[in-house]
Design a protein around this ligand. Structure first.
Ligand SMILES: *[C@@H]1O[C@H](CO)[C@@H](O)[C@H](O)[C@H]1NC(C)=O
Ligand SMILES: *[C@@H]1O[C@H](CO)[C@@H](O)[C@H](O)[C@H]1NC(C)=O
Length: 224
């Protein structure tokens, strides 16, 4: 009896967690090209959809990913994200793409997470040192990647990519959401608006108030 009851509890828990899924829901039609104005739209799933009979090839395409992003910024990297805002046809399909450019000698895509997407990255040019940190207890998993090497960053985990080569580096990432979202850790913690309370950060990081003050005064560049 006890065992049957805990089995029922387990099944209910499994069911409820699948309903509360944070991932993009599966589409209920072939596609649902996003439109800004709901006036002439049909179906709703994520964004309002264009009448499928009016969809064109342009709704499913984007040009310019051959053009490098400008990496002349404080972190030396630039992410060109091709999500549902760039390709309206991605709406409800649970996938998107990014090009990441890295400056030579230390271009960094700083530690960040994607709350809604797993990322699969392929290096086209250069040499990257990449890694992610698991949930508590925090194990670091890293690898050096050269052209043609592929690496996966599981959904929600903090990860980074660092150009350790003397040339530009370029990578392309596939992401399992039409809108992966990004939380850059340093920016979120020390550059939020309004700032997080000084006492909170001082206690959390176990440092002197001046250290937190200093960090909060920095300009935290958004490399997107
Ligand atoms: C990224 O590159 C684009 C295209 O060169 C540029 O317009 C944008 O300002 C760059 N972003 C950052 C943060 O450097
Ligand atoms: C890249 O951005 C820097 C700083 O904003 C700017 O001075 C430079 O002209 C840009 N380079 C290109 C190729 O657009």
């Amino acid at each position: 009896m006890q065992r049957a009851r805990s089995l029922v509890a387990f099944v209910l828990l499994a069911l409820s967690s699948s309903f509360a899924s944070a991932f993009d829901p599966s589409p209920l039609q072939d596609f649902c090209v996003a439109i800004k104005d709901p006036k002439d739209g049909v179906f709703v799933n994520g964004k309002f959809c264009r009448d499928p009979m009016l969809a064109t090839a342009n709704d499913f395409s984007f040009s310019g990913l051959n053009i490098p992003g400008n990496t002349s910024n404080k972190v030396g990297s630039n992410v060109t994200l091709v999500n549902v805002d760039k390709i309206p046809g991605l709406n409800t399909l649970g996938i998107s793409l990014a090009r990441i450019d890295f400056a030579p000698y230390g271009g960094l895509n700083p530690p960040h997470t994607h709350p809604r997407a797993t990322e699969i990255l392929v290096v086209l040019e250069g040499t990257l040192y990449v890694g992610f940190v698991t949930s508590n207890p925090n194990r670091l998993i890293t690898k050096f990647l050269n052209a043609g090497d592929v690496f996966v960053f599981p959904v929600g985990l903090i990860h980074f990519q660092f150009n350790i080569g003397q040339t530009n580096a370029v990578a392309i990432s596939g992401l399992s959401s039409q809108n992966p979202g990004v939380i850059t850790i340093a920016n979120a913690v020390f550059g939020s608006n309004p700032p997080i309370n000084l006492d909170v950060l001082t206690k959390a990081f176990q440092v002197d108030k001046n250290v937190v003050n200093y960090l909060q005064k920095q300009f935290w560049v958004n490399n997107h």
